[in-house]
Structures are given as C-alpha cells and as structure tokens.
Design a protein around this ligand. Structure first.
Ligand code: ADP
Ligand code: MG
Length: 238
C-alpha cells in the first residue's frame, strides 16, 4: 500500500486555471475526503491522480514513484464513478471481473478474486444479475467490486453515493468505512456533501476555486476553521 504526495499541482483547460497550486500529503491507509462546492475542481484533481487527465504543472508521487507520466493502468489505482459505468449486457460477475479479463488473468484466479470481492461486499447472491435487475445500491456495490478485484494501492471515489436516496446513502457510508478498515487501503473520496465528509474522513481537504482552503481532521475543521469559507461550508459554530 502506498501514500501519495501532490506538490504544487496545477491544471489549466486552455487559458482557464482550474487547479491553482495544490500541495497535499496522503498517508498510506488514510481515508481522505475532498470536499467543496460544485465546480471547485474536485473531480479534476481526482482524475489527475488516476491518470485520466494530464497534469499541467507540479509533481504527483504515488509511494516513492513520480507518476506524472505513468499510464493509468500502471498506477495501481482504481476509481469508482458516480455513474457506476457498468456494462448493461454483462452480469454482475462479468462486470466485476471485466478488468481481469482484459488483463488476461487466468480463469481460476479471476473467479477466486470475483468471489472474494462479492463476499466482502455481501453480493454473492447477485452475481448472475444484469445491471437492469439491480437496485442503485447494488449497482454501486458492483462498481466497487470491480475496483477491489484489481487489488489497488489507492482507491478513488468520485461522489459514489450521490445517485442514491438518503437512507441508502447512510448504509453505504457505513459499508465504505468497514471496507476501508477491512482492506486497509488508501482511499480518496470526493463529495460536495459536508455530512458525508465529516462522517467518513480521517482527514478532510476543503477546496474552493481550485485552492486548498484547509486540511484537517473533521474536529479540527469544525472547531478551528481557517477562514470564513470553511466555517460556513462545514457549518461551524460562529
Ligand atoms: P467538481 O468536481 O468540484 O464539481 P470539476 O473538477 O469537475 O469540479 O471542474 C472544475 C472546473 O473545471 C469547472 O469550472 C469545470 O467547468 C472545468 N472543467 C472540468 N473539466 C473540463 C474540461 N475537460 N474542459 C474544460 N473545463 C473543464
Ligand atoms: Mg465532480
């Protein structure tokens, strides 16, 4: 398992600066939440860590490796999207195993990994179903299963629960916390929901306008907000 370091990371789309010098250290095994309003650059930052977006300037270290130029498939990182991104014509079993099939993992090993992920996520009974036969929460479980079988060093989640209703969101939050404990993996989780950030995070990174406003534990942010933006966003007592 690896930690990460972002050193003075910048991202521009054409002439528009979207990420304006982000410095951040994520310890191995930490659950870090990026929180901030819509459009502040959370997904862009996550996509750069995943290698889905070029880094305009700065350094991205994963473990002891400088990763700016490393291809996504060589990063030992798995990303879970808000939209689930499942293949509708494939069963849950095939969706979970898709990356392993691509990587030509032998069938017996693939089967063992898929079943182990299904056990962790308590979805063994759903493996024969196609996405249309699954609820939103079950689909999200399949998407997480697809990440788990790759055995990544770092999990990235981009608003994975925002398509679910409030009750299910609460259940899934507890499951994600448990998953983090069970796997001991480094997790970076993006949300615009302060409550989600406060309940899940070891460490919260508050972003606004492509700039880190504050980094701290939920309690530090709540009791000692660095500025008015953080206080208002987190809902600290005045
Ligand atoms: P968040 O995930 O916090 O809602 P994003 O990272 O998606 O924010 O977007 C940050 C800013 O970058 C927004 O202003 C968005 O319009 C812009 N942006 C994101 N992706 C692109 C792109 N591919 N081309 C141009 N602008 C983009
Ligand atoms: Mg986003």
């Amino acid at each position: 398992m690896a930690g990460l370091a972002l050193k003075n990371i910048h991202k521009s789309f054409g002439k528009v600066d979207v990420i304006k010098g982000v410095d951040l250290t994520v310890e191995h095994g930490e659950f870090v939440v990026f929180v901030g309003p819509s459009g502040c650059g959370k997904s862009t930052l996550l996509r750069m860590i995943a290698g889905l977006e070029d880094i305009t300037d700065g350094e991205l270290w994963i473990g002891d490796k400088l990763c700016n130029e490393v291809q996504p498939r060589d990063r030992r990182i798995a990303m879970v999207f808000q939209s689930y991104a499942l293949y509708p014509h494939m069963t849950a079993y095939e969706n979970v195993g898709f990356g392993l099939t691509l990587a030509k993992t032998p069938k017996a090993e693939r089967d063992a990994k898929i079943r182990e992920a299904a056990r962790i996520l308590q979805m063994e009974h759903l493996l024969d179903r196609k996405p249309a036969q699954l609820s939103g929460g079950q689909r999200q479980r399949v998407a997480i299963g697809r990440a788990i079988v790759r055995n990544p060093e770092v999990f990235l989640f981009d608003e994975p629960l925002s398509n679910l209703d409030a009750a299910l969101r609460m259940d899934m939050r507890m499951e994600l916390s448990k998953l983090h404990q069970d796997l001991g993996a480094t997790m970076i989780y993006v949300t615009h929901d302060q409550v989600e950030a406060m309940t899940l995070a070891d460490k919260i990174v508050v972003l606004n306008g492509g700039i880190v406003q504050q980094v701290g534990t939920p309690m530090e942010l709540y009791h000692r907000p660095a500025n008015l933006f953080v206080a208002t966003f987190i809902g600290s007592p005045k």
